[in-house]
Design a protein around this ligand. Sequence first.
Ligand SMILES: C[S@@+](CC[C@H](N)C(=O)[O-])C[C@H]1O[C@@H](n2cnc3c(N)ncnc32)[C@H](O)[C@@H]1O
Length: 206
Amino acid sequence: MQTHKEMIVEPIGLDPDTLPKPLDWAALFGNDHPVELEIGMGKGTFLTEAARSHPETNFFGIEWARWFWRYGSDRLRRHNCLNARTVRAEAGFFIREFVRDASLSVLHVYFPDPWPKKRHNKRRLIQAPFLKEVERILVPGGRLQIVTDHQNYFEQMETVVRGSNLTVVEYNRPGQAAEGEFVGTNFERKYKREGRPFYALAAVKS
Ligand SMILES: C[S@@+](CC[C@H](N)C(=O)[O-])C[C@H]1O[C@@H](n2cnc3c(N)ncnc32)[C@H](O)[C@@H]1O
């Protein structure tokens, strides 16, 4: 396991304390390409593949766990993904404070923490107030994509998404997903080896 010192986050990883509120994506990336944001990027597998395959799109990752954030940011740097930036932050807070209305083309949420114990369910990210934020930050026609292995959380997510102003549509496998994969993240690959089922959901802002 790499230590914190061996991983170089600059210039991909940003310190939220140095960022303007709200963020101006065009100023941050130096172009007006569409922006896709991933919550809980983990080791950055999806983000790195997506940024490499789509140089015409900007990608932004939010990750709370310091080691994963450093690992994913260093990985993006090693692959020269200058169309990607990341922050170490709590996603709900960061989105509320920093992300402008109608500024994201896609919001990706892959294998969000399921908080399986009933008394912890309230810690789950995808709840009705969060969907209000999703409606706010997506551009018209913008898309929310979710994949999980947790049936109970999936059912809850489906209920809140169907209760929002977004329209449920067919889930799109990202182009870089390998044969038989939903998206191709680290957790998907690990859970696939364990034979777990997966559940996917997509919705658009009309
Ligand atoms: C189960 S892992 C999945 C990682 C990656 N998406 C994958 O599929 O391999 C969930 C990740 O989301 C991060 N996370 C959970 N809640 C978060 C939040 N509110 N804000 C930012 N990151 C969060 C965790 O630290 C963890 O790295």
